[in-house]
Design a protein around this ligand. Structure first.
Ligand code: NAP
Length: 254
């Protein structure tokens, strides 16, 4: 039996939980920040909510005698990967980050790479007045409120709790999305420019192919810097790493 704390929030986390959640040789707890009202259901014990920073996570690792910490938070989770790295180091718990590769521009792409959402909002001024397809997530609309000569089509999984944009239409949908549907959406709404986070992965990349085929620019938000820790790109690689870990891990008391 090996006790695993899996930090969730990505499709890779869900895949890992589906693979080991029912196995008798793993005792799996999946942890979520609790931002979404409807979570993907996976096997394994679930806990929800922050740990209280690095110290809180370290206390949890000790109290629950966690053997493996698998951080499969989203590539745009800015804090949790650093907290996981510090807490695991402090508690001497084996630790792995799962982070899918970023998208890279293809021939024909018109990307404007920016460092964060504030800079994405600034970049839109170059296109104004403009019709924007905004795919950065329902909790990250605020930076775009000051782009007042734009109309936004916002796609989100759940209805935003706060909606700060003046000219907006919201479409609720969860990927994966297909390129023909994405192209039709862009044409129907007469979109001029797309704003996307560079999340990587297949579920959301069809919009980039659709933009390429229509010659539309994409304001692409780069990822936040991650910790320098052992990292794999896929759930399969993470599972292989988990299989390689000894079933009884000797840990110091600290
Ligand atoms: P973040 O900046 O890294 O995390 C902020 C705080 O939320 C952390 O300090 C931690 O609180 C808590 N937290 C984050 N992930 C957690 C987890 N798996 N279990 C328990 N607590 C967690 O991340 P975020 O951008 O706010 O995203 C929150 C969650 O949504 C993450 O789990 C991420 O995987 C998921 N998500 C994020 C995005 C995105 O674009 N940012 C997209 C899809 C999914 P404490 O310090 O109190 O422990």
């Amino acid at each position: 039996m090996i006790r695993v704390l899996l930090l969730g929030g990505s499709s890779e986390a869900s895949a890992i939980a589906r693979s080991v959640g029912d196995r008798p040789d793993y005792d799996l707890t999946v942890s979520y920040a609790g931002r979404t009202r409807e979570r993907v259901t996976t096997p394994g014990r679930v806990r929800v909510g922050g740990f209280g920073g690095i110290d809180g996570l370290a206390a949890y690792l000790r109290e629950h005698r966690i053997d493996l910490l698998v951080d499969a938070t989203h590539p745009f989770a800015a804090h949790m990967p650093h907290h996981a790295a510090s807490a695991a180091r402090h508690c001497q718990v084996a630790h792995l980050r799962v982070c899918r590769p970023a998208w890279t521009p293809q021939p024909g792409d018109r990307w404007h790479v920016v460092r964060d959402l504030e800079h994405a909002a600034d970049a839109l001024r170059a296109f104004a007045p403009v019709r924007v397809f905004l795919t950065t997530g329902r909790q990250e609309l605020a930076p775009f409120a000051r782009v007042d000569d734009a109309w936004f089509l916002v796609r989100a999984i759940e209805e935003p709790s706060e909606q700060p944009l003046a000219n907006v239409s919201i479409v609720l949908a969860r990927g994966p999305f297909a390129e023909p549907d994405e192209r039709a959406l862009l044409v129907e709404h007469r979109i001029d420019v797309i704003v996307s986070k560079n999340s990587g992965g297949h579920a959301a990349e069809a919009k980039l192919a659709a933009a390429r085929s229509l010659g539309l620019p994409v304001v692409m938000v780069a990822r936040p810097p991650g910790p320098d820790v052992p990292t794999v790109e896929t759930a399969e690689e993470a599972l292989a790493w988990m299989e390689r870990q000894p079933r009884r891990v000797q840990r110091s008391a600290g």
